[in-house]
Design a protein around this ligand. Structure first.
Ligand code: AMP
Ligand code: MG
Length: 402
């Protein structure tokens, strides 16, 4: 058996960040920026009003109050998206809506709540200082400013900033296309009654969904028989069309575990017995320069193996510096016992927060590697190092699925 860290290092050694590409801003959510973005326009592009109200000269409001309002003639109305027909002169007011450009000659906005209509005039009921409620040009982003840097994970707000600058495309590290196939003669798809010995393929939809959730582009490579030729064909198609391929099943010690056999014959592959439970066997290497992860078939094992090897490695390929899941400390709410077997155990747990803000972990169900329900309801994996496990009240470290 080899240590988890050693297996992870072996995987990461073979993975390189994908080359940057220009992609539409509308598709860039969660991707990592590969350029420095400078603003070639000021945002906002012109001085505008933050309030619905009246554009005035601040000096014309001097001494105004509710008790002794100052009446100013309303000489124009400026909607957002339009401009004033002429400059504002001393002693005048213009009705103005939020976002509309402040007319030349005006230096303050008085909000509508501090005014009252008076025929063709408006009664100004408060004194306002120069600059009142005016958002100057460049108040958000100055023209020429370097605003976004390589390595930034693009969130919805970043995409809005790019859109406000008129950018249609952005240079990012590509999302890996991740092909997923299931292998096994016992597997069937769909609702038909099961024949003796058959089960339904659950790994494929799970792994495709994990890939999607992690920010990759999932590609379904189908359900493949335990047949060397069929496996080889599917792998060749996979590596020709994807940036990485994930298989499940066929990497253990069984007589029909052909994935391991085919991969080690076709390329530089390591078959590892990792000192972890679940998910001990792992085949990893490059086929035609494309990484292939041969994950074990048991449903929980394939998910845990994805979490420990594929997810962090593939996130690094898309340039994400936050490749790893966060690890948190939690109080074990019940004993999590195990026996000494030289492996690190990953127990499926559900973490909650108690009234005093402490995190508490409970086992989410049966801990067999076939018991997918406990994984489905878990929000973390408690790390139990080689030893006897923990008692209720002890602290455990948890890989947290947020
Ligand atoms: P294997 O790694 O191929 O020996 O499979 C180990 C266990 O996982 C067996 O009980 C398989 O039936 C089961 N298994 C393998 N692949 C899948 C799959 N895609 N969906 C559900 N169970 C699977
Ligand atoms: Mg199998």
């Amino acid at each position: 058996m080899i240590a988890l860290e050693e297996a992870q290092a072996k995987v990461n050694r073979d993975l390189a960040v994908l080359p940057p590409a220009d992609i539409p801003v509308s598709e860039a959510l969660g991707m990592v920026l590969a350029e420095t973005v400078a603003a070639d326009e000021a945002i906002p592009p012109f001085a505008n009003t933050a309030m619905d109200g009246f554009a005035v000269r601040a000096a014309d409001t001097a001494g105004a109050s509710k008790e002794s309002p100052i009446a100013l003639p309303v000489v124009a109305t400026i909607a957002a998206g339009s401009v004033a027909p002429r400059p504002l002169a001393a002693g005048e007011a213009m009705r103005i809506m939020t976002g509309a450009p402040v007319p030349e000659g005006a230096d303050a906005i008085i909000m509508v709540e501090l005014t009252k209509p008076a025929g063709f005039d408006v009664d100004i009921m408060a004194e306002v200082p120069a600059g009142n409620h005016i958002r100057p040009a460049g108040d958000d982003i100055a023209k020429g400013a370097e605003i976004l840097h390589p390595g930034t994970i693009l969130g919805p707000g970043h995409l809005g900033v790019l859109a406000s600058l008129g950018r249609m495309a952005v240079r990012v590290y590509r999302r890996p296309r991740v092909g997923v196939m299931s292998t096994g003669d016992e597997l069937v798809e769909g609702p038909e009654p099961l024949q003796p010995g058959q089960i339904r393929d659950s790994n494929r939809v799970t792994l495709l969904s994990l890939a999607k959730e992690a920010g990759f582009e999932p590609v379904d490579l189908g359900l493949i028989r335990d047949d060397e030729k069929a496996i080889e064909r599917a792998l060749r198609t996979g590596v020709a069309t994807c940036d990485a391929v994930i298989t499940s099943g066929g990497v253990s010690m069984g007589d029909f575990d052909y994935v391991k056999a085919v991969l080690t014959r076709l390329g530089e592959f390591s078959w590892m017995q990792v000192a972890i439970k679940p998910a001990k066997p792992l085949v990893f290497g490059l086929l035609d320069e494309t990484p292939v992860f041969g994950l074990p078939g048991n449903p929980v094992s394939s998910m845990v193996s994805f979490e420990l090897f594929a997810r962090p490695g593939l996130r690094r390929m898309m340039g994400r510096l936050d490749a790893e899941r966060p690890r948190i400390q939690a109080i074990a709410d019940e004993p999590m016992k195990r026996h000494r077997d030289g492996k690190t155990h990953f127990s499926r747990v559900f973490v909650t927060e108690d009234e005093s803000g402490r995190r508490r972990a409970r086992l989410s169900g049966g801990q067999g590697s076939h018991q997918l329900m406990a994984m489905a309801t878990a929000n973390g994996l408690a790390i139990l190092p080689n030893g006897e496990g923990v008692d209720a009240g002890d602290t455990v470290e948890v890989i947290y699925f947020e």
